[in-house]
Design a protein around this ligand. Structure first.
Ligand SMILES: Nc1ncnc2c1ncn2[C@@H]1O[C@H](COP(=O)(O)OP(=O)(O)OP(=O)(O)O)[C@@H](O)[C@H]1O
Ligand SMILES: [Mg+2]
Length: 478
């Protein structure tokens, strides 16, 4: 395969990449860098940990060095931590240029950000919500001259789900010029391809890695069939085993809700495991601190919601445990992709209850391979079962005593205000809707009951008639 030089990158950039350990381009880099340098739009779909970030950072830096001005490039990404990680790649690779970057994400001081934006950085890396807020509220900066728009984890940015970016994206797309280069990257682009094509219309170049299997070869993928109420005991035993057997180990445990994430973290601490939690109900400072502790290997276990499932590049992670089976294969692909990155080995273990088997089948169909069973000594698990369940209950009670649920309610209200809704009105609407629903259900139940009574009456009449006929017939005979 050609080197970075042959792909058209300048010697200073090739040298800088080499200094950072990027000596040969990965396939996605080899495929996407030349068309990007030629001025084409690019959609790159390559497996997790395959170097998609450098595939857009390198050509953008080269173009920036030829005609430097600010704001030259805008990168959008779904999570705050990922924005910081991408900014770091720009910073280290663009050091010889004296690159000025600016990170615009929620949870940080908005005034300082506005000031940063007005200083015309070369590259702005942002999450859509906060950038759209700046665009709505200030005219001290303009995105009208950007050359590059990058959507990292593009399918996530375009999908409509719990965090819906579509409204914010509309604001941002209206603020950037139509004559620009658009670069879209993800490990799972294909099912949003049509929406993506609407964004990248400048001689778009689409590249997808050839391999049939959607996860990396070096990843050992396992499942562990467990009854729901012994899940935690299995988890504790699994971690204990890893701790006993490996000197240098790092684990990410994914779970489905912020509350569960918090409880699991409290439990891990009770068992003296070095763990930290990362979820959206923490303050941004706490989120950064948790990630920093985990990255520096001071804390070996990161318990996270899907806020950490995409893009994060932490080479020391050898194990990913799914405490819940992901409801969507796409989420599974990104979660397990936090290990076995850049050619390293890793293992992913998914805890599967009797209710989740169909989810595993959907995952297997999507990734085009079967998960193998992870064997475990059940006797050891049974030995700690009661203790683990008691600890969970105690942690739940402890959390209930804090204002965790209340905070959740406040966050919800804040979100509504940000979306321009009145939380009290919404609450009233919700109660009214619930009342109407209840009334409808009661009405339906009453109709059902009347119908049933009618049917029973008819049946009884029919039966009585039949009995009478039979009696008559019997009378005649006698
Ligand atoms: N050419 C290269 N040679 C060696 N290592 C590389 C090369 N390019 C990138 N890497 C390293 O590979 C790791 C993963 O890269 P990156 O985070 O860009 O992956 P990704 O494809 O964006 O994954 P994800 O889909 O999870 O976001 C990084 O640590 C990066 O430094
Ligand atoms: Mg990435």
């Amino acid at each position: 395969m050609a080197g970075f030089r042959e792909l058209g990158l300048a010697p200073w950039l090739v040298a800088q990449a080499e200094q950072l350990g990027l000596s040969r381009p990965t396939p996605v880099q080899a495929a996407c860098i030349p068309p990007t340098l030629q001025g084409r739009d690019c959609m790159g779909c390559a497996k997790t940990g395959s170097g998609k970030t450098a595939a857009f950072v390198l050509p953008i830096l080269q173009k920036l060095s030829e005609d430097p001005y600010g704001i030259f490039c805008l990168v959008l990404t779904p999570t705050r931590e990922l924005a910081y990680q991408i900014a770091e790649q720009f910073r280290v690779l663009g050091k010889p240029l004296g690159l000025k970057d600016c990170i615009i994400v929620g949870g940080m001081d908005m005034v300082a950000q506005a000031l940063d934006l007005s200083r015309k950085p070369h590259v702005v890396i942002a999450t859509p919500g906060r950038l759209a807020d700046h665009l709505r509220s200030s005219n001290t900066f303009s995105l009208k001259k950007i050359k590059f728009l990058v959507l990292d984890e593009a399918d996530r940015l375009l999908e409509q789900g719990c965090t819906d970016f579509t409204k914010d994206l509309e604001v941002i797309l209206a603020a950037v010029p139509a004559a620009r280069q658009t670069l879209l990257f993800s490990a799972t682009l294909t099912d949003t391809l049509n929406e993506l094509k609407g964004l990248a219309m400048n001689k778009p170049f689409f590249w997808e890695s050839q391999s049939e299997v959607r996860t990396v070869e070096q990843l050992d993928q396992r499942y562990l069939l467990v009854p729901e109420r012994v899940k935690d005991a299995y988890l504790v035993h699994l971690i204990q085993t890893f701790q006993d057997q490996h000197e240098d180990w790092s684990i990410i445990i994914f779970t489905n809700t912020c509350k569960n994430c918090q409880i699991l973290n409290m439990m891990m601490k009770r068992f003296n495991f070095p763990s930290v939690a990362l979820h959206s109900m923490l303050k941004q400072k706490q989120r950064f601190a948790a990630l920093a502790k985990f990255k520096s290997s001071v804390f070996k276990i990161l318990i996270a919601t899907d806020v950490a499932s995409r893009g994060l590049d932490i080479p020391t992670v050898q194990v990913v445990i799914n405490h819940n089976t992901p409801g969507l294969p796409k989420i599974y692909i990104h979660r397990v992709g936090r290990t076995a990155r850049a050619g390293r080995h890793g293992i992913a273990i998914t805890l599967v209850t009797q209710y989740d088997i169909h989810l595993v089948h959907a995952i297997e169909e999507q990734i085009k391979m079967k998960l193998q069973e992870f064997s475990m000594e059940e006797r050891d698990v049974l030995g700690i079962l009661t203790q683990v369940n008691v600890v969970r209950r105690e942690c739940e009670i402890k959390l209930e005593a804090t204002d965790f649920d209340e905070k959740k309610e406040i966050n919800k209200r804040k979100q509504m205000i940000l979306e321009g809704k009145d939380p009290d009105l919404e609450e009233k609407r919700k109660t009214e809707l619930a009342r109407i629903k209840k009334k409808n259900n009661e009405f339906r139940a009453r109709v059902q009951q009347t119908l049933q009574e009618k049917q029973e009456l008819q049946m009884r009449r029919k039966l009585r008639k039949r009995v009478r006929r039979q009696q008559k017939a019997a009378g005649k005979e006698s």
